[in-house]
Write a protein of this length. Structure first.
Length: 408
């Protein structure tokens, strides 16, 4: 009989991997609370139109990567490929625009993209989506960016780089696109099929090509930073000023664009220590001042990011950062003919992590197993209990003494 395995592009987070995983997600949630972000959970699937409108029908996500299906009523649904559009849909649907702005939200959830699996890159992956909706203040941009910089520093990641750009807005981007198209026409022989396809959907996307020769040629293309209107230039300058005040180092990348249509003005990426080009971006985001409008709301500014948890965990591992598996407070070993279930229940009720023998081991086997799993071992014999701890003498105890000693 053929063995069933996890679908390609998915993965199990095993118990031995959970300590580092929980370190990452726990610090994410702790910082969200410190920064005033509230948790939101959206459905794992949405109306397909939500992503077609906001991501852009020509984007790689919509064209190549979405898991889309019809339900039994013939409705087109899509497993969420990213977290921003669903959160903005919920913001609008539930009237959060009537709350004090900005509304600061986050989710830790699975995302789904049909792409070639690679190290740190999965078809089903976990992501932190952090969104601040309802304010155009450059200080919000800087806070969102500084949040992730702080997360990396707190987790001990040292080898990373923040890249920034401004991609303008409806006022200045059309004029830039006209200049870019003229340059692309004059240098058509420098483009490959991928670049031509991206250009056909949105000229800005040519900067997202993977071919290094094409990327090198595009270094000579007009840069949007030279075409920003006064308002966008001032906005970007103030973002940089706030980041300087925070002490967050950055590199301005004049060719940085994001692959979704809803981005405006500030765009950014954090590049991690992985040398693999596909897995090196550990966080990407930017401002999306037209997204809520695209799904039927009033013009509403917003900014946020998506940060893959698998890629961040990989970054920690590449820098040699580990997390120890938590130990039980006590393992209760029993001599033949004795039972410890009531004792274990009482210890757990007292808030102590406790376990006992469930596999029929000998007393010697129990002691060996308990020494690996717990900070202390209690031996239950016919005539009483003995507490054993490394580096200490054995102590005969009753239940009250045991709880008191274990709580120290």
């Amino acid at each position: 009989m053929t063995r069933i395995e996890a679908p390609r592009g998915t993965h199990d987070v095993l118990p031995r991997e959970q300590p580092l995983w929980q370190t990452v997600t726990g610090e994410m949630e702790r910082l969200c609370a410190l920064y005033g972000y509230r948790r939101i959970q959206t459905p794992v699937f949405e109306d397909t139109e939500l992503f077609a409108r906001t991501s852009g029908v020509g984007s790689d996500i919509v064209q190549k990567e979405m898991y889309t299906f019809e339900d039994r009523s013939g409705r087109s649904l899509t497993l969420r490929p990213e977290g921003t559009a669903p959160i903005c849909r919920a913001y609008l649907e539930h009237g959060m625009q009537r709350e004090p702005q900005p509304v600061k939200l986050y989710t830790l959830a699975t995302m789904y993209r049909y792409a070639a699996p690679q190290r740190g890159r999965f078809r089903e992956h976990w992501q932190l989506s952090l969104e601040a909706i309802g304010s155009a203040d450059p200080a919000v941009d800087a806070e969102v960016i500084q949040f992730y910089d702080t997360l990396l520093r707190n987790l001990g990641v040292q080898d990373y780089e923040l890249r920034l750009n401004s991609i303008g807005d409806r006022n200045c981007r059309p004029q830039y696109v006209e200049k870019l198209n003229a340059w692309l026409d004059a240098h058509a022989d420098a483009l490959d099929d991928e670049a031509r396809q991206k250009r056909a959907t949105s000229p800005l996307r040519v900067f997202d090509v993977k071919n290094e020769a094409v990327r090198a040629a595009l270094e000579d293309a007009p840069k949007i930073g030279d075409s920003l209107c006064d308002e966008c230039a001032e906005h970007f300058g103030r973002v940089l000023g706030h980041l300087d005040a925070y002490g967050v180092p950055y590199t301005i990348d004049a060719t940085l664009v994001r692959g979704l249509d809803y981005y405006t003005r500030t765009a950014f990426e954090f590049i991690g220590p992985d040398e693999s080009a596909q897995a090196s971006t550990i966080c990407g985001g930017g401002r999306y001042d037209y997204l809520v409008e695209e799904i039927g709301g009033q013009p509403t500014p917003g900014i946020g990011f998506g940060a893959g948890i698998e890629r961040l965990v990989l970054s920690l591992e590449l820098e040699g950062i580990r997390a120890a598996e938590p130990q039980l407070d006590v393992f209760v070993a029993v001599e033949p003919g004795q039972s410890a279930f009531a004792l274990v229940a009482e210890l757990r009720h007292a808030g102590l992590a406790a376990d006992t023998e469930l596999a029929g081991r000998s007393l010697k086997g129990q002691l060996s197993y308990g020494a690996k799993r717990a900070n202390a071992v209690v031996v239950v014999a016919k005539d009483g209990m003995t507490l054993r701890r490394p580096g200490e003498l054995d102590v005969d105890v009753d239940i009250d003494e045991l709880k008191e000693l274990l709580a120290r």
